[in-house]
Design a binder for this molecule. Structure first.
Ligand code: G3P
Length: 217
């Protein structure tokens, strides 16, 4: 499973990418607003760092505006993926942009039917927001299970990019279901490195080694 970082903060992305675990990145208008600065420059820098798919989202809500902004985003870097919301105009824009060879990530997906339509218009990725489904007592992972099953039945080339990830168990569940990508906030990725038994075990190894060296001296 590919691991993308969900952030517009270059320093956070750089720190994680240096570990060799990051395959791409996703952003959205909220994350870019939080980052501040010039969005185009930030996206260009993220592309340089991750050297994988980087999603930049349009803010236009009309078809023509999405196409215009989509072309601008695609022109930033060869790694750019154009993110459009799942609306009628977004679906139509996905059809057009995909037809031009521009990879599209259809976002704000909350059902298997939305994912199916996005795949039909050639989306490179669909982004089901599982955390926001869980937030309203709806099983987000069940939607992932349905999407993966449907995409496998019809060999859609569209990748399932699990988004709105809240904790490591979401990542485990997504991987067990065969999702293609998980995009995670840096804080959730950091949690993947933590296990108390690893810390305890390493401390004991080092103490035992130190003891043996003291005896040898
Ligand atoms: O990529 C989508 C993600 O940023 C949304 O996460 O936590 O706002 O639901 P969240």
């Amino acid at each position: 499973m590919k691991l993308f970082v969900d952030s517009g903060i270059v320093k956070e992305i750089e720190a994680l990418a240096s570990l060799g675990i990051i395959d791409g990145a996703t952003t959205n208008p909220s994350l870019m607003a939080k980052a501040g600065g010039d969005p185009r420059q930030i996206l260009k820098e993220i592309c340089r760092i991750v050297q994988g798919p980087v999603s930049g989202e349009v803010v236009a809500t009309d078809y023509e505006g999405m196409i215009r902004e989509g072309h601008d985003i695609a022109a930033i870097d060869e790694h750019m993926v154009v993110k459009v919301p799942f609306t009628r105009d977004g679906v139509k824009a996905c059809k057009t942009l995909s037809g031009e060879g521009i990879p599209v990530n259809v976002t704000l997906i909350f059902s298997a039917t939305q994912a199916l339509l996005a795949a039909k218009v050639g989306a490179a990725f669909v982004s089901p927001f599982i955390g926001r489904l869980d937030d309203i007592a709806t099983d987000g992972m069940h939607v992932i299970e349905e999407i993966v099953e449907i995409f496998d039945n019809y060999e859609f080339g569209t990748e399932v990019l699990v988004a709105s990830v809240r904790h490591p168990i979401h990542i485990v569940q997504a991987a067990r279901l065969g999702a293609d990508v998980c995009t995670c906030p840096p804080a959730v990725i950091d949690q993947l490195f933590k296990h108390p038994l690893t810390d305890i075990g390493l401390e004991k190894f080092l103490k035992d080694w130190e003891k043996s060296q003291a005896v040898a001296r």
